[in-house]
Design a protein around this ligand. Sequence first.
Ligand code: PGA
Length: 255
Amino acid sequence: MNKNLRKPVIAGNWKMNKNRQECTALIGELKPLVANATCDVVLCVPYTNLETALEQSKNSNLKIAAQNCHWEKSGAFTGEISADMLHEMGVTHVVLGHSERRQYFGESDGTVNLRAKAALRAGLIPIICIGELLEHRELNITNEVVGVQTKVALSELSKEDMKRVILAYEPVWAIGTGKTATSSQANEVCKEIRSIVANLYDQATADGVVIQYGGSMNAANANELLNEPDVDGGLIGGASLKAQDFASIITAASK
Ligand code: PGA
């Protein structure tokens, strides 16, 4: 499969960073730097910045994502935001199952699946995160762990749904730690995830699905990671908070 048939997606995960003023400034700086990108560029901003980010990114190639969504359309779920509410605003993508949500907020494979189905129903593109802990890697069970996470997250999703799903392989030990997976480690697991998708659906579905790498990707290592045959972009935390750094990664993905 020629990797060039998949359009890379570079997504910046701002996490709980940037107030509205900082959001306006960062998008203003970023827009001219990435105007010629040939990859998709997505900014995953805090809920409180969605409106500002949507306004600031009008008439640009930037797409705006939320960092989570609930699976019900509406109801008694204090503090939650539904996929339909996000779609109504003009949000196009949503990050689901990020390891920080799994680690600190009790997110499970089952709820990631519910959220993914709701996102797709609402017309959003889910960016579904999967990845092993350091102890899994040391026990040599990375493939088993990402296998279970992938299978549960994608349960009951159709082949048609899979045309809109983005997967993000994020080894937990590499997130925010400065410890990047080597490009061959990243590729090995992205390839494994692709083969799981092939087994669940078919080869064409697997060949078409975008699989990002995430975990301390930065301006210095992006080129090497993005050159790997099964790495189709990145989910970037720290390095997405500075326009120049994030733009360099986008340039690397646009080659
Ligand atoms: P990082 O975060 O780039 O700061 O390691 C990645 C992520 O959490 O998506």
